[in-house]
Ligand binder design. Structure first.
Ligand code: SF4
Length: 73
C-alpha cells in the first residue's frame, strides 16, 4: 500500500472523478490515506480531461482540490 499525502491525487476531488463505479474505493482511500500500489485513475480536472490524463494516487499537480469527503486529521 502507498501512503497518500495532502496535495496528492488520491486525496483530490478530480481523481477518478467521472468513474462512478470506483467511488467506494476512492472514498476508502480518502478515509484511510492508503492506496493500492497498482491503482491508476483518470484525472477529471477540466484542464486534463480532454487529454485523458491517468495518474497514480501519489501523483499530483497544482490543480489539486481537496475531495469533499476526505477526512482531515
Ligand atoms: S492530476 Fe492534479 S487535478 Fe488531477 S487528480 Fe491529480 S492533483 Fe487532482
Amino acid at each position: 500500500m502507498l501512503h497518500v499525502h495532502e496535495g496528492q491525487c488520491g486525496l483530490c476531488a478530480h481523481f477518478g472523478e467521472h468513474d462512478f463505479n470506483h467511488e467506494n474505493r476512492l472514498v476508502q482511500i480518502r478515509t484511510s490515506k492508503e492506496a493500492p500500489e497498482q491503482l491508476i485513475e483518470e484525472c477529471g480536472h477540466p484542464r486534463h480531461a480532454s487529454l485523458h490524463l491517468v495518474v497514480t494516487p501519489i501523483s499530483g499537480c497544482d490543480g489539486f482540490e481537496p475531495a469533499p469527503n476526505a477526512q482531515v486529521h
